[in-house]
Write a new protein. Structure first.
Length: 567
């Protein structure tokens, strides 16, 4: 018999070939297998090699559908093909053994072989049926493993989506959320090398890179004009449609050469949409061909929807803060206007009377009539009386505006301060402001007008936030403490530029402001509220730089008695 070549390939059928690698050093046995396969309807592309070295060379270049190997080979043991990393999730293995090697064949089965054949003319002739049975079994095994793998991936995706949703509900800052989202998406979809989140700013003409992984991470925070953005991103923003590009080198829709140079091989861009408009784009790309699955798309779309909710919430809260500031400013103008109108109305009559009396005195002096001195004295007395009345009116109006009528209730001061502070702070996390609350746990209840004290805390905390706008060191500390003077004290401390000493007494005066657009009402109103509570409001320097505003609330005559507490 003519010896077979070192490596031979024989195509049994041109249709749907089964690529089979046979490792057998005995030509007679190889020939029996070859003949058995030729006599079957199952199309087989057969490759025969004699040694483990030749088998490894083949496997380095080609992935067969099935491997049949003799256990004893000239340069080793066929079981070595079952070592981890060679056949796992790649191809099934059938081992062949001579008589007396059956125990070794069982060991091969334990190592991962799906079947074994004890060599004989009959069993070698039956190889096609063994191969067909093994392929069916392998198909079931790989299908089950594939399903288990997809289930694990899907479960991991659900965990990530649940975590992102929880972060949105917890109120985490938008920048921190976006950074975490890009990191989690990259970890979850292993194919991805780069993730970018671009937010379309309210002007609808500027894109902000909120977060990114890969080589784009160094550009986070930069903005780009929409007209200069890459065409793929622009298309998604305008159309609101998801776009997947399988090969950025060949796709001609979006200037593929530029995209391939910057983004790799494959990519997908999804709109971050609210019900009425597009808020940004989520972009994910891979350096390798990406066979994107429905699970991948569903995961990215769900993540994008969560991020869109966060962006929309941020914009809504920003609008609410602006509206609140506008309303507060309007109420301050209204209060000032009302006070001015009342003052003008009430003081008008005594001022008019004073003017008339003085003019009468002038006319009498000029005319030089009798008893001028006595009349002038009487008129002057009346002038003094009217002036005193005007002063009294002004004093009472000022006291009314300063103190008003307090609606006192017993309150936990820590809760009052915390709620007002959170309202004033808004989303300071995206401005890198670090906020620290240091609340005393031993504070008694205080009898206060809750709304007015919250207004004071709101004004002071908002001033602290504004003071940090141009500083690199951004810290705010909010404290509550008990003092030795039977009072409680609240401190709002910042690390801003501070307040110069000459201004310490002026900043609480009405209409005085250190801001270009300030009204000079906030600190004045706050001072009036604290004074009406029989407390004090003052400012001091923060150690290391900055300003600390303090206010106290006395505890005398506002604590419930032991009997009242028990009742």
């Amino acid at each position: 018999m003519k010896p077979a070549p070192l490596i031979s390939r024989e195509k049994v059928s041109p249709q749907k070939l089964i690529h089979l690698l046979l490792i057998e050093d005995e030509e007679a046995h190889a020939e029996l297998v070859r003949r058995a396969l030729q006599g079957q309807a199952m199309p087989v592309d057969l490759t025969v090699v004699r040694t483990l070295r030749e088998a490894r060379e083949y496997l380095n270049c080609t992935l067969p559908d099935l491997v049949i190997t003799d256990i004893r080979l000239p340069d080793g043991n066929g079981i070595e093909l079952l070592s981890p990393g060679i056949s796992d999730f790649s191809f099934p293995v059938i081992v062949m053994t001579s008589y007396g090697d059956e125990k070794m064949a069982v060991e091969a089965m334990k190592a991962g072989a799906l079947d074994y054949v004890v060599k004989s003319e009959a069993t070698l002739n039956d190889i096609p049926h063994v191969a067909e049975r093994t392929l069916r079994q392998w198909h079931e095994i790989t299908g089950r493993k594939r399903a288990e793998k997809e289930l694990r991936i899907h479960a991991k995706q659900l965990v990530v989506l649940s975590h992102l949703s929880h972060q949105v509900l917890s109120g985490i800052g938008i920048d921190a959320l976006m950074r975490e989202a890009t990191h989690l998406i990259t970890q979850t979809l292993k194919t991805i090398k780069c993730v970018k989140i671009l937010e379309l700013l309210p002007d609808r003409q500027t894109l902000l890179l909120r977060a990114a992984t890969g080589k784009w991470s160094s550009q986070v925070g930069q903005t780009t004009s929409l007209t200069h953005s890459n065409p793929l991103i622009t298309h998604v923003l305008v159309s609101g449609e998801r776009v997947f590009v399988e090969d950025l080198h060949t796709d001609e829709r979006f200037h593929s050469s530029w995209l391939a140079e910057h983004y790799g091989h494959s990519g997908v861009a999804l709109p971050l949409s609210s019900p009425d408009r597009c808020l940004g784009v989520l972009w994910a790309s891979s350096d390798k061909p990406w066979v994107i699955t429905n699970n991948d798309i569903s995961f990215l779309e769900s993540a994008g929807n969560t991020l869109a909710v966060a962006i929309e919430r941020k914009e809504t809260e920003a609008r609410m803060r602006k509206l609140q500031n506008d309303l507060l400013q309007a109420s301050q103008f209204s209060a000032l206007g009302e006070l001015g109108s009342t003052l003008a109305h009430e003081v008008n009559q005594p001022i008019t009377a004073i003017i008339n009396y003085i003019r009468a005195c002038q006319q009498m002096i000029i005319a030089g009539k009798g008893q001028v001195t006595q009349t002038i004295c009487e008129l002057m007395d009346k002038t003094v009386t009217e002036a005193e009345r005007a002063a009294s009116i002004i004093h009472h109006l000022r006291e009314f505006a300063r103190t008003g009528k307090l609606h006192r209730t017993l309150e936990a001061l820590n809760a009052v301060v915390y709620d007002a502070s959170r309202l004033a702070l808004g989303e300071t996390t995206e401005s890198d402001i670090k906020v620290n609350f240091e609340f005393s746990s031993q504070l008694p209840l205080v009898s206060i007008d809750k709304i007015q004290i919250q207004q004071v805390v709101f004004n002071l905390v908002r001033n602290a936030v504004e003071a940090l706008a141009e500083t690199e060191k951004k810290f705010i500390t909010i404290k509550t403490i008990s003092t030795q003077n039977h009072a409680v004290e609240v401190q709002i401390q910042d690390t801003g530029p501070g307040i110069s000493s000459p201004l310490n007494d002026k900043i609480f005066k009405r209409r005085f402001s250190t801001k270009n657009e300030g009204m000079g009402m906030g600190l004045s109103i706050s001072h009036s509220i604290i004074t009406a509570h029989q407390g004090d409001l003052w400012v001091s320097d923060t150690p290391g730089g900055g300003a600390t505003f303090h206010f106290t609330l006395p505890l005398s005559e506002i604590q419930p008695t032991h009997q009242e507490t028990n009742n």
